[in-house]
Ligand binder design. Sequence first.
Ligand SMILES: NC(=O)c1ccc[n+]([C@@H]2O[C@H](COP(=O)([O-])OP(=O)(O)OC[C@H]3O[C@@H](n4cnc5c(N)ncnc54)[C@H](OP(=O)(O)O)[C@@H]3O)[C@@H](O)[C@H]2O)c1
Length: 247
Amino acid sequence: MNASTQRRLAIVTGGSRGLGLALLEAFERDGFRTLDLSRSGASDSERGRLHARVDLADPAATADAVAREMDALAAEAWDEVVFVSNAGTLDPIGPLAASSPADWRRGIDVNLTSAITAMALFVRAFQSSAARKTLVSVSSGAGSRGVAGWSLYCATKAGLDNWIRAVAIEQERAAHPIRAVSIQPGVVDTQMQAEIRASDRDLFANVGHFVELKESGALYAPADVARAMLALVAGEFEPGALLRIEL
Ligand SMILES: NC(=O)c1ccc[n+]([C@@H]2O[C@H](COP(=O)([O-])OP(=O)(O)OC[C@H]3O[C@@H](n4cnc5c(N)ncnc54)[C@H](OP(=O)(O)O)[C@@H]3O)[C@@H](O)[C@H]2O)c1
């Protein structure tokens, strides 16, 4: 069966803009049907794109909505299914004394609690499917080192990386294993980068470095990163690995 006649599905969280949107477009070019899970995306029947509104700041509502979507999609026959947990936020940026427990909880809910919940619901729904299955968590260099002003972001990305390692080991025993991997996309020219450059220097001392990266043309284009990520997904990798995009 050639790629164009295969039934292929890609699910991406945070597909409304930035890297997530570029991933949806790249998957669609490769003949995948797609589902975007975000607050502000939209379905597009010409592109074969579905959208379900999900606010990751509300883990209970996220669990209900994602379970519904995954169970409905898993009832269909697929040759290949990819789930990319891409949505993320840097909020709250700044030293901890400048934010509140509600801010911290929100950052953890979006980046970790809801991200893990959505990925786990994908695993549960598709575990017994014989399709080729890949679970990708979009990581960050900040998950492997400390960055002042981004402590919650650093912690949640580190948590996701280790969750993926554990899931990969669990999958070794599964009859129809899911290939789990973390991918650091590099520094990508998206709204998240614009927000970093707009940070108050009192909250994020390293802002000048990111302004310099933008001005020197060092940021990766989202479409280039998406293409490189699809190539990784199409190939083989060590289960649970933390891979880096280098263009
Ligand atoms: N850009 C970089 O340099 C860079 C570097 C390393 C890692 N990353 C990682 O790459 C991923 C994508 O980042 P990006 O740069 O493309 O960021 P972005 O342009 O800010 O886009 C973030 C996406 O996440 C979604 N999102 C945010 N909060 C959400 C919420 N509460 N509920 C549902 N969806 C939510 C947004 O959708 P809605 O607003 O429509 O909900 C949007 O589609 C993130 O995981 C980020 O940590 C980025």
